[in-house]
Design a binder for this molecule. Sequence first.
Ligand SMILES: [Zn+2]
Length: 315
Amino acid sequence: MKLGLDIGGTKTAAAIVHTDGRLAVLRTRASGHGPDAVVRVAASLALEAVAAAGTTTAGLSFIGACMPGLVDRESGLVSHAVNLGVERLDLAGRLGAALGQPVAVDNDVKTAALGAHHLLDQRNTDGTLAYLNIGTGLAAALVRNGEVLRGSDGSLGEIGHLPMGGDALCKCGQRGCLETLVSGSALERMWPPSGSGRPHGRNPFVAADAGDTSAAAAGAQLSAGLFLAVQMLVLTTGADRIVIGGGLTRLGGDLSTALAREIEQRARASDFVASLDLASRIELVPADLPVAALGAAMLQHGPLPTPQRPSGVPA
Ligand SMILES: [Zn+2]
């Protein structure tokens, strides 16, 4: 069996997976804040899941872990995981020490893309899958021929920081980034919770139906931003599948319906948009499917060091 750990901004998940990919045990808990607590929560949750599966860490064939931020797969170091209070953390080293086994690490969105490819897209082994994560922020990752694409510096897929219009200040320093149109933080800004509101249980589409005009405006902005993200991914990557995951998918059917309406409207106005048949390419990750934790169990260890040419051998 294999272990996958997904250390998210709000919760951590540990999945024990059979070698054939079936989920054996899933445990979740609120994530720790700060490097020590992040590792402590992840390690104790992992041990709990391993025990529930009736094995030990020594009996596992693989351990993988993912978290937000810049993740160096080779060194195992994570930096700038702002929402977890982590500026720098030797994730692979410290989790490995706590679990007594080597741990492979990767960025959470790239890992979720890999999980989505394996879980939702097995027939499409030679196509391109784009995974769009709408959490506090917005980011995408691509899987082509079963491999996560990275680019030379890992920035491939950071479409949330493309300025698309508007003057909302983004945390990256630019204005009008796509992330300021469609993300959890965009929703909070456009439709701030009232004093008694539950900031994470709110649904702008339901509130709009009940006559809340600012919720309606926020919902419209969200749908338009999501449409832009999907169209951009299709046009720049040729993705035949767009899988949408992340915290905002808690809006579930309401979000799908709003996006479907947006696509229909735009396709009616443009034969070009209609020809892309966007609706047929989109799928929301089911709320109970832990794609990132399952993806973490499918990670491979980072690239091997480049072989050094023996001295004296001509290039
Ligand atoms: Zn930005």
